[in-house]
Write a protein that binds this ligand. Sequence first.
Ligand code: GAL
Length: 662
Amino acid sequence: MRKTLILSFCLLCMTAMGQKSKSTTVSELWLDEMGANKIETGWSISQANKSIDSNPLTVGGVKYERGIGTHAISKVLLNLNGTASKFSALVGVDDEVKSAAASMEFYVLCDRKVVFRSGVMKKGDAAKEINVNLKGVQQLALLVTDANDGISFDHADWLNARIAYAKNKPTIAGIASQKPYILTPKPSVSPRINGARITGATPGKPFLYHIAATGNSPITFSAEGLPEGLTLDKETGIISGKADQEGEYIVKVTARNEVGTATRAMKIVIGKNKLALTPPMGWNSWNCWGLSVSAEKVKASADAMVSSGLINHGWTYMNIDDGWEAPERAANGDIVCNDKFPDMKQLCDYVHAKGLKIGIYSSPGRLTCGGYLGSLNHEQQDADMYAKWGIDYLKYDWCSYGEEFDKTDKSHAEYVKPYTTMKNALAAQNRDIVHSLCQYGMDNVWEWGSTTGQLWRTTGDITDTWQSMSDIGFSQTQNTQYARPGSWNDPDMLVVGKVGWGPSLHATRLTPDEQYTHISLWALLASPLLIGGDMSQMDEFTLSLLTNDEVLDINQDPLGKQAVCVSKQNGKEVWVKELEDGSKAVGLFNRGDNTNVADLFNWAQKESVSTGIKINWSELNISGKQQIRNVWSQKNIAIQDQAFETAVPLHGVVLVRISPVR
Ligand code: GAL
């Protein structure tokens, strides 16, 4: 660890009497000492005194000892508290970049005002010098944009970056500038039945459904109208068994405790191709544990799914991502687990006993993206093994399949082929296994994904930054019409709670407002909801985001429609999702004005950045008196007959449900 370089000098300040002298200590704090990993980067994680690819910092052929390597779009907001005097640095594109496509622009902002702009910088350009006077400045923002041509190869360096300050040591603002605030009301003590109102299974294959219910325990359950072959455990609320007879069964489910009774009608559909009739909800190991996932961690996560109460809101799947496979197959070609997963069958049984389901991960290629064994030429054998273990869900990730694909004519059929092969292998099993395609949206996967599986990733990987989450979420427009029960667009997993993609975790870098946007948008988009944070470290705020049953009801609505954007203007967007009961879920989002780079930051002074957003009934195709219900606070807030208007914080959302007053 480097020591802060202290420059001390005396300022001779003559008092009015002209007799006394005072000294002010000016210290220098280097950006690389402030916690590089807290800087938002568009790709990977920043480290002190290294490029984003972990090489020595080098720009324009010159090596620099100190600084921070980032990747556009990157940003950091620093609290100065008015006692800093100068920011100095050099900036440029790191020489490690091989492609000439790298182009970016560096900005420095003081209290929302742009005070330095580098102009577009390219590979090979000499570093540009920055000297900014910080007198009286409260917050300093450093930004690297992609110069509007995408972030490919944008390895951006802040070199010799340092701040001279007098009293208060500058700090990275992180999300501290906005305190978490909880909108979700506590569940009532009397029972409420939550979760999916429709579920399906193939005739003759094992059925498992846990009736999610909140309220004081113990709760006892009953169900009328179950298809033959299914039974309910009255204490746990788990419905299991095998139903042979195809059909749609309306089941009257009741939950009772000492305080009251709740009843709800749900639909069980027994038939072919009836999996994932609502977007899958659960947890996936990747965004927290990355390749360091282990059976112990999955067990602890399943335990936490129950002890945190999340299971009572419909959360179901426990999905193991990459990192479970042994380096070699058995002599007969069977896939084998590595030492971190000593007994996969036992793990599956453990998860099932809680009424939860379990997922696994593989690639159609030779290797997975993490370099583990893929399923190439072993598809049937792997599917057989998954079924033997008791797996319910497979995420099938393209990764090194590119090697095979490159040998072909690269036609549409070649994109579909690996997923059809696995679909058939899964269908041949004696249990239902949901097929989740992961190939990042290639060949407009939404147009054909449903012929091979139930959900498909539509983009590259998400990370825990506003840029990443909002770019992905708000770009889900061309695939809208393909979302329906059993077929879902997947804009990737949730980045809430403690994330890290490896052994060490950090709190998501999304602010509370941004997290409300994330969950509201994913609910509106009918996206699969897979929690990416560590289940065993859920704080109260994160739990409140994930246990709002009215928000989850929007996501799980049986109609299965994906929201559309009906109005978009200067960073204000209104998205609308049609619901089964004829009402509309409406998200009013304030993305900020993209042409104003200041809006990319969460400045301490917030008042000025709430924006009024209005939606007219004509834009919603409705008329007359409508009840407006705030979904997060679960309160009716107004009756309006023409339009609804509300203030929305920067990067935040107001999510309402609008229904006709009868
Ligand atoms: C990526 C995929 C991630 C994760 C990772 C595992 O390709 O998009 O979600 O599964 O591979 O190596």
